[in-house]
Design a protein around this ligand. Structure first.
Ligand SMILES: Cc1cc2nc3c(=O)[nH]c(=O)nc-3n(C[C@H](O)[C@H](O)[C@H](O)COP(=O)(O)O)c2cc1C
Length: 194
């Protein structure tokens, strides 16, 4: 199947859509999320190790996730605790239809460095981004909240050597994102002809 015009359009009009832009409370059919995740698993990955793992929160699961991340923040923040951040961690997840925790399971193959496992999972996330766009839904990848808190790992059944790489929020779009800009290609590419 070749359709470059269609794909150029999809890749170039894909935008992050943030929770405040979602139709809060409107739930997407779980089967669509499954199709999106199947696309994620078709990402390239070195050594066929498929280092991704996803944990999907929806329905009451959103509240479970919200409680988890806000309470862990409260526990850890100490003197830095900010009430507004705590409330945001509690409320933001409830605006989504589904939240997918993006996880990396370290491959046991020694010749595959961690960077490549992370790169493979990032490729999977791009498939999620493009699929969400193709379905007319909105979403974004966030590395906020408890992403880099080691204590969060066990909640997602991750071991010490695994990584939590963030969360992908998905919802129906109430307010579309505005078109974005990119640096001209010439500033990012060097061609070598001979
Ligand atoms: C690895 C990664 C982490 C990101 N983390 C955040 C985040 O924590 N908060 C946020 O608002 N956006 C986050 N984003 C989304 C970016 O803000 C968004 O991709 C960027 O603004 C470009 O907009 P676009 O996706 O519409 O092209 C992240 C994107 C990537 C690739």
């Amino acid at each position: 199947m070749t359709n470059p015009e269609w794909f150029n359009q999809l890749a170039r009009t894909r935008r992050s859509v943030f929770p405040d832009q979602f139709k809060a409370g409107e739930k997407i059919n779980d089967n669509i999320i499954k199709e999106i995740l199947i696309n994620a698993t078709w990402a390239p990955n070195h050594g066929q190790m498929e280092p991704w793992k996803f944990v999907v929160f929806t329905g009451n699961g959103l509240k479970k996730f919200a409680d988890f991340q806000s309470e862990l923040y409260k526990e850890d923040a100490g003197a830095e605790f900010a009430e507004a951040k705590y409330i945001k961690l509690q409320q933001q997840p409830l605006k989504a239809s589904h939240i997918i925790a993006i996880c990396m399971k370290k491959t046991p193959k020694k010749n595959i460095p961690e960077t490549e496992d992370i790169a493979a999972v990032a490729c999977a996330v791009q498939n999620i981004y493009l699929s969400v766009t193709a379905y007319g839904l909105g979403g974004y990848w966030t590395t906020g909240g408890v992403t880099y808190n080691e204590k969060a790992k066990s909640f997602f059944e991750l071991n010490e050597e695994d990584r939590l790489l963030g969360f992908f929020y998905i919802g129906y779009v109430a307010v579309p994102s505005v078109p974005a800009k990119r640096t001209p290609l010439e500033e990012k590419v060097t061609w070598v002809f001979q």
